[in-house]
Design a protein around this ligand. Structure first.
Ligand SMILES: NC(=O)c1ccc[n+]([C@@H]2O[C@H](COP(=O)([O-])OP(=O)(O)OC[C@H]3O[C@@H](n4cnc5c(N)ncnc54)[C@H](OP(=O)(O)O)[C@@H]3O)[C@@H](O)[C@H]2O)c1
Length: 382
């Protein structure tokens, strides 16, 4: 492993996930070229522009082995989002945080929904520090708001506070998620934790924010699903309408994750059908390095090369591309599923993904049944 000394000032602008990627994946070169000037090879244009602006440093961007990534278009990534109001659930970490960073950089007002306020405030601070570095001063801004998506009272309080403080909602990114919880746990509302967090909380939130979405001239909802809606570690994605909470059947963490991610996809599809004025799509970001893996740091160091080269794990900037395409493109097909990979372990791209590469349980009938069951479970009827 190549270890490179990073000055305190440079470390300040490195996001932790990038720092880790830097040390583990990157052939990084630092060449002193004068007072406070370095030539750096950096893994993302985002990071490169921050370093360049803040430290009068020359940077070049290289694609750090992520040649398999499908990127959002330059035009979309440079759209002016001034005046747009965005909510990102789980915006303090991983893909959600990268989404907040990019959208605020493009001028949007971004609400970082987070269950840990301090973590949300830190992410919002990073977004704001970044926009302040932009030429012409910062246009976008970010603010953290408490949102525990697994607790209906918290979801309700969030929606009420949001509606009081903001005149409309242009974009809701249903991003927060947990994966492969090893034992059956219940949310505050008594639902199996992965179904409750990944789907039920977002179903309620979207319904409670619907009046705000309807006040936007071009509302949009993006739901983070996963290729694991199909098969998660050998477990087929199925919504068990008789026992969605694993009350009588044996619990399995991957089966529960696959069920919840299939629900994310079906929810986006049904939302588009019921509210065609709202662009509503689901996304698979690729296999992305994030906190979702919940690996202790030493294990991550040991496993990263294998995950990166064997399983095509991609860094956060690459992993946010499908979300950003879904958030920004004017060419989306309403209700569709957009995936970084066309098929499991397959070729790059599936924007949108063809039906034959998706779970056969993605049906109109299942989407309708899931919606009706979710209304019954949450009492949020829309
Ligand atoms: N990473 C991948 O390879 C991958 C692949 C396919 C799909 N996805 C999906 O992408 C989404 C983002 O995941 P990620 O990879 O960025 O993982 P991550 O870094 O672990 O981020 C997940 C975010 O969700 C938040 N969250 C979890 N439970 C919550 C709750 N009850 N209330 C509010 N926020 C909650 C987390 O908050 P804390 O920081 O407080 O835990 C965190 O901010 C997930 O929906 C995931 O299923 C990821």
């Amino acid at each position: 492993m190549l270890t490179v000394p990073i000055s305190k000032q440079l470390a300040d602008v490195m996001r932790p996930e990038y720092t880790r990627n830097w040390l583990m994946w990157c052939a990084l070169s630092i060449r002193r070229t004068g007072n406070m000037a370095h030539v750096l090879t950096l893994p993302s244009p985002d990071l490169a522009s921050q370093v360049t602006k803040r430290y009068s440093t020359t940077t070049t961007t290289v694609n750090m082995g992520a040649s398999n990534t499908k990127f959002a278009s330059e035009a979309d990534l440079s759209k002016d989002l001034t005046g747009k109001i965005v909510v990102v659930t789980g915006g303090n970490s991983g893909i959600g945080k990268s989404t907040c960073m990019q959208l605020s950089k493009q001028g949007a007002t971004v609400i970082v929904g987070c269950r840990r306020l301090k973590a949300g405030e830190e992410a919002a601070e990073e977004c704001n520090a970044q926009t302040e570095c932009q030429e012409g001063g910062g246009k976008g801004s970010a603010k953290a708001m408490v949102l525990d998506i697994a607790d209906h009272n918290s979801v309700k309080a969030f929606a009420e506070t949001f509606s009081k403080n903001y005149a409309k909602l242009d974009l809701l990114v249903n991003n927060a998620g947990i994966m492969n919880v090893p034992t059956r746990k219940l949310t505050a509302d008594g639902n199996e934790s992965q179904f409750g967090t990944n789907h039920i909380g977002h179903f309620s939130l979207t319904g409670l924010l619907l009046p705000s979405l309807n006040k936007s001239s071009s509302p949009r909802v993006v739901c983070l699903s996963s290729e694991y809606h199909n098969i998660a570690q050998g477990k087929k994605g199925v919504i068990d309408f008789e026992d969605v909470n694993f009350t009588t059947r044996p619990y399995d963490g991957w089966t529960a994750y696959a069920q919840s991610k299939l629900a994310n996809l079906l929810f986006a599809q049904e939302l588009a059908k019921r509210y065609p004025n709202i662009i509503s799509v689901s996304a698979h970001p690729g296999f992305v390095e994030s906190n979702l893996l919940k690996l202790p740091a030493p294990a991550l160091v040991l496993m990263t090369p294998a995950l990166r080269y064997g399983m095509k794990m991609i860094p956060p900037w690459d992993g946010v591309q499908t979300s950003l395409h879904c958030c920004l493109s004017d060419e989306l097909e309403n209700g569709r599923y957009y995936s970084q990979v066309e098929s499991p372990r397959g070729t790059v791209g599936g924007w949108p993904t063809e039906k034959e590469h998706m779970n056969e349980n993605v049906t109109e009938e299942n989407a309708r049944k899931l919606w009706e069951m979710s209304v019954e479970m949450t009492k949020v009827d829309y």
